[in-house]
Design a protein around this ligand. Sequence first.
Ligand SMILES: [Fe+2]
Ligand SMILES: [Fe+2]
Length: 268
Amino acid sequence: MKIVFLGDIVGRIGILGASDVLDYLKRKVAPDFIIVNGENASKGKGITEHDLKSLLASGADCVTLGNHYRSKQEIDDFIGDYPNLIRPMNLVGYDKGVGSAIFDVNGIEVQVTNVLGQAFMKDEVIKPIEAFENLLDEHHASIHIVDFHGEASSEKAIFAHYFDGIVTAVLGTHTHVQTADAQILPQGTAFMTDVGYCGAYPSIIGFDPGSVIDKIVNDYGRFGIDDSASCMVNGALLEIDEETGLANSIKPLRYLDGKEWDYGKGGR
Ligand SMILES: [Fe+2]
Ligand SMILES: [Fe+2]
């Protein structure tokens, strides 16, 4: 089974860029299932129902979230209507929607879970490993993809090694920067510290560099997104052994304006 995962979609430019790349990947690799992280889909923070529908229409089978799960508070009104919209499973004090979901993919169960990290994050959460072990006691499909949304690379690696051989993949999100460590761990779990973002390029994690510098350095204005910029799309492609539920391979994905990124030349 092939699964495509795209990292944090930032703004309308990210939604459109991801949609184009998914069209291409559907033809090129014919994924059986597509997961995208949509926590920054709506103007960089949170997700509206309109933008969720856009992501689903572009081919995403499910949409995961992160610390910005509720940055658009209207999510309270629709999260219960979408079993394929997955917010962090270890939140304290928020029980709308689901933190893990099971899908029927060609007759095979595929579970997708969103976990929020603790290190350098503001939200109060149940410890990721403890919360995830409790989830496994309830239900654990043989193919289980975890979107670990966290700031610290070590925290993601600890989680991945702890559950090596138990889950299919631990894919990091949140930093928006793709890491060069896609690997299969010793017991067969695919791991990547961060799959990267989908959005404007060049940018500072998806946001217009000038606006970020104005805000951070001069305390002026707010982060903006340049919808006329080029668009980078980052993610990962998993090939999974349906018998064992473990990963055969993990390949980083990176496109700039729909073309495969040349790691030797950068964006030029
Ligand atoms: Fe993000
Ligand atoms: Fe985040």
